[in-house]
Design a protein around this ligand. Structure first.
Ligand code: F6R
Length: 238
């Protein structure tokens, strides 16, 4: 595992964008795993500054809420469209997000897992980490070999994400998330973390026991992990 510690959240974006730009230059139709939330936004902004052709890049979002109306501005489909597809000039036909409005979300989750496999797997999976150690929406207790599936969001995660919604009650209670087993099949995991509020969980994830209690700890078992953290988030690493 390689760990880069940089001064600011914006610098996490520059470092991670440099890694992604190099991957896309050497493989123009690379398959990127796309995270939402606040942590990866500096990456997408910095990547837009690179003169790298992204038209053939393929993307798979990590997760999506279940039950938001189509086009809801906080659905991850919309966030990915705004922040990634449009900003970076990806072909919308090449970008997939789990279908949180599907009549059968369980089937949609299984189909999504199969679509990732059909694409040849993910070259680089961008990840953020939740305060409880979740990656994607794999909350504590998720099986370490779990596949893409429907999950119930914890209250803590709903509260953390309430900042994006008019009222905390508007945050959906369920999601479709790539599983930990699915994420572990990506060839390279790129975790970006910023802020003092993530320092404790980052240390637990990278240096504590590997356990379903802290889903991100599974990263310790992956052969190719890059962590890019700002100084505040890295403060409790030994
Ligand atoms: C987002 C996702 C989540 C976030 C995590 C951290 O697609 O899968 O695991 O990465 O909740 O969110 P932020 O970056 O907003 O602190």
């Amino acid at each position: 595992m390689e760990i880069f510690v940089v001064p600011t959240a914006s610098a996490t974006g520059s470092v991670a964008a440099g890694i992604l730009a190099a991957v896309v230059r050497s493989k123009p139709d690379a398959v990127l795993g796309l995270a939402t939330g606040g942590s990866p936004l500096p990456i997408y902004k910095a990547l837009a500054e690179h003169s790298v052709e992204m038209g053939a890049v393929r993307g798979f979002a990590l997760d999506e809420y279940v039950g938001l109306p189509a086009g809801h501005p906080e659905s991850y489909a919309e966030v990915i469209r705004r922040e990634v597809t449009v900003r970076l000039g990806l072909d919308p036909a090449n970008v997939a997000v789990p279908d949180g409005g599907a009549p059968d979300p369980r089937q949609a989750a299984a189909d999504y897992d199969a679509a990732i496999a059909r694409a040849g797997g993910i070259d680089v999976q961008i990840l953020g980490i939740g305060h409880n150690g979740h990656i994607a929406f794999n909350e504590p207790g998720s099986a370490l070999d779990s596949r893409t599936r429907v999950e119930v969001l914890t209250e803590r995660t709903r509260q953390a994400n309430a900042r994006y919604f008019a009222s905390p009650d508007d945050v959906p209670t369920q999601c479709i998330t790539q599983g930990l087993g699915t994420i572990m099949e990506a060839r390279h995991l790129l975790l970006v973390v910023s802020g003092a509020d993530k320092a404790e969980i980052l240390a637990a994830a990278l240096q504590g026991p590997v356990s379903a209690d802290c889903p991100a700890s599974i990263l310790q078992r992956h052969a190719h992990v890059t962590v890019v953290a700002d100084e505040a988030a890295a403060a409790k690493l030994a």
